[in-house]
Design a protein around this ligand. Structure first.
Ligand code: ATP
Ligand code: MG
Length: 264
């Protein structure tokens, strides 16, 4: 493994700073664009996110991986500041703003865009109405024209009810709805789930385009190989803790690591 990566044993990772101090520093001494420091989150008494810390540079794509139940979705939800799981300890910073002090709607206004696993297309609304609804409150992001340029299929189906789209098209709409707002941190939870390989490839191409635009992204995916090819860096969670933080290529090259934590 290179010097940049960390394989963390059974211990809870410790952050570079204590709560109440400034965000952790990425290499070079600048505060990281995104940083979570020692976050602990609970569903009632269930202790799930158990001291997760990592930084992300602006424009970086990070694959957040791990087995079923490792705590990936819970970590994304804690970052997006949705009520469940409850964040009880730790700090989360985005572009110098303290996300840990915010509610979900404030985090969203700041530019956190969570695309949840179930996509949540709003029933009874067309594709275009779903997109316009996302733009009802500031900060508005991409124009509808720009979205239809990236996803021509959505343009062709703009008058169709969103919930009648195919699974792949619904995923495109869910991603677009986030881009329709001014997003600084895109959180994708299993964007390829339940999709045929040919549709996965189509969405992968789009995510490559989004990557080229420099949108800072965390992608959670069971299809770890696909996520690793897209991402610059990988973070592996196991039982609510970070067990690896390093280059995606290192995970691709390390069969033991994949076998141990990803079962692939
Ligand atoms: N609403 C909830 N209430 C109680 N426990 C929950 C809740 N949601 C998730 N959990 C538990 O938290 C743990 C982590 O779940 P999480 O959904 O974060 O895992 P994951 O890594 O996203 O898994 P998967 O790959 O299956 O999506 C699991 O043990 C799960 O049962
Ligand atoms: Mg999940």
């Amino acid at each position: 493994m290179s010097d940049n990566s960390t394989l963390i044993g059974d211990t809870v990772p410790t952050g570079a700073s204590a709560p109440g101090t400034s965000p952790t520093m990425s290499t070079g001494g600048q505060p990281a664009f995104f940083s979570c420091w020692d976050i602990h989150a609970y569903y009632k008494e269930s202790y799930i996110v158990q001291g997760v810390s990592f930084d992300i540079r602006e424009g970086e794509i990070v694959a957040l991986l791990g087995r079923n139940g490792a705590g990936k979705t819970s970590t994304l939800r804690a970052i997006a500041r949705v009520d469940d799981p409850e964040l009880k300890h730790g700090e989360i910073w985005l572009d110098h703003q303290p996300l840990h002090e915010m509610k979900a709607h404030q985090a969203s206004r700041l530019g956190v865009g969570l695309v949840p696993e179930d996509r949540r297309i709003i029933q009874g609304l067309t594709v275009e109405e779903n997109l316009k609804l996302a733009q009802i409150a500031p900060p508005v992001g991409w124009s509808l024209e720009r979205i239809y340029d990236l996803f021509p299929r959505l343009g062709e189906r703009k008058s169709q009810e969103g919930t009648t789209l195919s699974g792949g098209e619904q995923q495109m709409l869910a991603i677009s709805r986030t881009l329709a707002r001014d997003v600084k941190l895109l959180l994708l939870d299993e964007p390829y789930e339940g999709l045929a390989p040919v549709i996965v490839q189509e969405i992968e191409k789009t995510l490559e385009q989004i990557k080229a635009l420099g949108i800072t992204t965390i992608i959670v995916e069971q299809n770890a190989i696909a996520a690793l090819h897209l991402a610059d860096r990988a973070i592996i969670l196991d039982m609510g803790q970070v067990v690896f933080d390093g280059k995606s290529q290192e995970v691709l090259d390390n069969a033991d690591l994949r076998q141990q934590y990803l079962a692939i």
